[in-house]
Design a protein around this ligand. Structure first.
Ligand SMILES: [Zn+2]
Length: 113
């Protein structure tokens, strides 16, 4: 299940890393979750497959911890680490909604669990 969710967000994260690492190197602060990957990147622009492989290795080794409910590695809006998310649980016995909020930019998303 979690692998599925990661697959959905990986594409966006990978292209974000590529664009920030190779096109905006000097102007961007690299978030913590991306550092282990960026440090291992070759000097030349890697292929998407290479990036995905790096991502997988970091996930397996535990350096990247996606949000256990949403599967996000980082905030979709400000790219803060997903481990910073705040959770609010609402609902009753039949329905439980978890609201995840990013404390840095106010982004939030809810999902039924
Ligand atoms: Zn955010």
């Amino acid at each position: 299940m979690i692998e599925l969710a990661i697959g959905v967000v990986l594409g966006g994260m990978v292209s974000w890393i590529v664009s920030h690492t190779y096109y905006k190197k000097s102007s961007t602060e690299i978030p913590d979750w991306a550092k282990p990957i960026i440090e291992k990147l070759p000097n030349n622009k890697p292929t998407k497959d290479q990036l995905l492989k790096l991502f997988e290795e970091e996930l397996i080794s535990g350096n990247i911890r996606p949000d256990p409910i949403l599967g996000y590695v980082a905030c979709p809006k400000c790219k803060a680490n997903a481990t910073d998310f705040e959770s609010t649980v609402v609902g009753n016995n039949d329905h439980t909604i978890v609201i995840k909020t990013c404390p840095h930019c106010g982004w939030s998303e809810d999902t039924e669990v």
